[in-house]
Design a protein around this ligand. Sequence first.
Ligand code: DGL
Length: 275
Amino acid sequence: MGSSQIGVFDSGLGGLTCVKQLQKLLPHENILYLGDSGRVPYGTRSHETILRYSRQGASLLLSKGVKAIISACGTISSVAGASLAQSLPIPYFEVITPAAKSACSVTKTGRIGVMGTSATIKSGALQNAIKSVLPDAEVFPIACPLLIPMVESGHISPDDKLVQVTLELYLSQLASCKVDTVVLGCTHFPILSEAIGRYFGDGVTLVDSGRTVAEEAASALADSGILNDRGEGSVSCLVTDSPDGFSAVAEIFLGQNVNWSIKQIDLSEMEGMKL
Ligand code: DGL
């Protein structure tokens, strides 16, 4: 079991923000990343469709024999997290709870902004998780659907005009609410950390949901004694659209050459699985 892979699942490339952290925290682990790049975005789809896609993704990772699954996606976590946690027979981690805990521990004023996809914000999962840790918190949610295709098409620089205009569209509301903490409740958003940080300035702390779930999973898996203690870890990817397109944008995100094995698969084949 120790040598089997940790499965990380996202609708596209955003979950790589979690993979980047996992590689730092767990250098001996082998990671199997599943990016549903052919069907991204999930966040504008219905609850039922997100649930179905999420079960297909988790079933695929389970069929590959992974020892744990991380939903490195705010949308999957907020819509399907509870149901996956119940039905998966292996350790499962989602991004909502650790991001909410982290936001509550860093805020000084209790005024917390929450950025996510339309589905994540509509689910109320992050808002509820924050309130359950800090009942007096004032939470200001904002759905930012246009940020996902913008990031997926490589527009991430703080100097990019499209990035500046789109952030202004969404973040001016949060700035006027005088938040001191903002949860990047979609794993695509940490890729825009520099641009978002520049928009808000020093008085606002950003909470990276990909990083917080990586930290939580690393510590829980270490406690459960199923981690590798030697050897160089690896990353291999399964994607549902062209591997070439995926690796080109992954390199922009990660700021490094991506010489991982990347294979294309068909997730609809998992339709009959029981999860
Ligand atoms: N990475 C996904 C998330 O964290 C977002 C993108 C999508 O809409 O599929 O919500």
